[in-house]
Structure formats: C-alpha cells, structure tokens
Design a protein around this ligand. Structure first.
Ligand code: SF4
Length: 136
C-alpha cells in the first residue's frame, strides 16, 4: 500500500454540499474525512459523508445500461439505451401528449444538472411536469 492521494470533492448525498477529502490508494477509496477548508462544514460531516462509500467498489454495481429484451435484462451500450429512451418518449408524447410525461429531479445532482433537467422537460418534451426532493 503506497501513500494515498488526497482528492477534494463535494459530498453528493444531500443538498448541504459538505466539502470532503477522499483518500485514494491503488484506485480505491480508503478513507473520507471532512474538508476543514470547506466553508459549509469546516471539517465536519454526517455519517454518510464519512463512511458510506464501500458501495463504490461493490462488484454488484451496474457498469453498463440494461434493456429488457424478451423478458430478460441484457447489457447494452449507452448509445442503444439513449436511442431506446428517446424512441419511447417520442411514442408517449405523440400518442398521449407532453403532459403524459413527468420527470423527478434529485438533490443528489448538482444545480447545473437540475437546470438542464428542467430545460429538457420544458423545451424538448414541452411539459412543466417536473418535480424533485430538492425543492423541500
Ligand atoms: S456529509 Fe452528510 S450533511 Fe454533508 S453533504 Fe454529505 S450527506 Fe449531507
């Protein structure tokens, strides 16, 4: 085990946005602590920010999209997955109208991602049906 690299980042578990220092050794997270220089948390974190990272290296995590074919979920490419989603959204929109589509955003995304999400719904889909836990 060599010296762990220290990588500063922002916790994505909730909208508080605590600064974290992630210690990475041999491409694996070995420790996370609060960033004392982060104005939001000044080195403090809750239990999730410091300890809930073992899932990152869990072998059961999905590493590619899945599409159900003949009743079975099968791995596919991102290109095929996006084309599949676009085809289904277009079909729903043309058959039932844009108001038949709803999107839920998440506080685990950045402000920028949430901005793009509402833009997509309003300009591409043509619906104001967007909501998410991040407005509470
Ligand atoms: S460390 Fe806890 S309080 Fe801070 S952003 Fe992460 S989940 Fe939220």
């Amino acid at each position: 085990m060599g010296e762990a690299a220290k990588v500063k980042t922002v916790c994505g578990y909730c909208g508080t946005g605590c600064g974290l220092v992630v210690e990475v050794d041999n491409n694996k997270i070995v420790k996370i602590r609060g960033d004392k220089e982060a104005p939001v948390n000044k080195g403090q974190t809750c239990v999730k920010g410091s300890f809930a990272y073992e899932y990152v290296h869990d072998k059961s995590r999905l590493t590619s999209p899945l599409i159900r074919k003949a009743g079975q979920l099968v791995e596919t490419t991102w290109e095929e997955a996006y084309a599949f989603i676009a085809e289904k959204l277009e079909a729903i929109k043309s058959q039932f109208g844009p108001e038949a589509i709803t999107m839920f955003a998440t506080a685990r995304s950045t402000n920028e991602v949430n901005y793009v999400t509402q833009k997509f719904m309003r300009t591409v889909i043509g619906s104001n049906n967007i909501d998410g836990c991040n407005r509470t």
